[in-house]
Design a protein around this ligand. Structure first.
Ligand SMILES: [Zn+2]
Length: 252
């Protein structure tokens, strides 16, 4: 089952929707996989840059249960629901990597539309309480706020079908920053902790330059080097690439 999932990500051309039919049509998996004795698990994953700061919102969907996890619905909720509708997905959880407005601004709206609970680390509660101050930094109207339904703590695991999403607490950009590791998919959603060739800024309230380097060293660089990193902004990368080439991490 896992094999089919991994093959999907290795072989599907970008822009092509994950689908068992595509895999069979292109000979990646045999047609016999459609027989009832086989269960194919394919994790849908779309990355949508949202809002004026183009935060990467990740939409993960399970092809079997049609459930979804949405990470960082910062804005442009209509675009996010369009993706959900296109895949026929129901949101099971809304996960926030940290309480900066560009990552959390649309959470209340998405929760109101879907009824899904919001997960966020408790250490960013104060930052979220000051969403209006954050809006004033950007010169925009403050979006509505919502209750946080569940804490996202170090070691917590969410499940999407058979796929585990593990919460890593990676403070430094903010005190409640988390990263989400999906071992079966070989992916890490890093929020604003780690970027391609850069790391998150630490000059905003709650930031700590030493702490972010410790988080990256202890929690992220410890992951397999082939792990695909989806940062909070910009292009994907891998743990191995950043270990070798990220100028902020040399000598760690
Ligand atoms: Zn941020």
């Amino acid at each position: 089952m896992r094999q089919a999932s991994r093959l999907a990500h290795n072989f599907l051309p970008s822009g092509n929707k994950d689908s068992t039919e595509w895999l069979i049509a292109h000979g990646v998996i045999p047609g016999s996989y459609l027989q009832p004795e086989y269960t194919i698990v394919v994790v849908i994953h779309e990355i949508l840059p949202v809002g004026m700061l183009q935060c990467n919102c990740s939409i993960f969907g399970d092809e079997q249960s049609r459930e979804a996890i949405v990470v960082d619905p910062g804005d442009d909720i209509a675009n996010i629901t369009e993706v959900l509708d296109r895949h026929g997905l129901t949101v099971k959880a809304i996960v926030i990597t940290h309480a900066h407005i560009d990552h959390i601004g649309g959470a209340a709206k998405l929760k109101a539309l879907t009824g899904a609970p919001v997960y966020m680390n408790q250490n960013d509660a104060e930052l979220y309480a000051h969403l209006d101050t954050q809006a004033s930094w950007l010169g925009i109207q403050p979006p509505s706020r919502t209750e946080i339904d569940s804490e996202a703590r170090e070691g917590d695991q969410l499940r999407l079908g058979e796929t585990g999403f593990q919460i890593l607490h990676t403070p430094g950009h903010t005190q409640g920053s988390i990263s989400i590791w999906i071992p079966a998919e070989n992916k890490l959603v890093a929020g604003d902790t780690l970027f391609r060739d850069s790391i998150g800024r630490t000059d905003l309230p709650g930031g700590d330059g030493r702490q972010i380097l410790c988080s990256i060293h202890d929690k992220l660089l410890a992951l397999p080097e082939t792990t695909v990193v989806i940062p909070g902004h910009g292009s994907n990368t891998t743990i191995g690439r950043e270990k070798a080439r990220n100028p902020f991490l040399q000598g760690l």
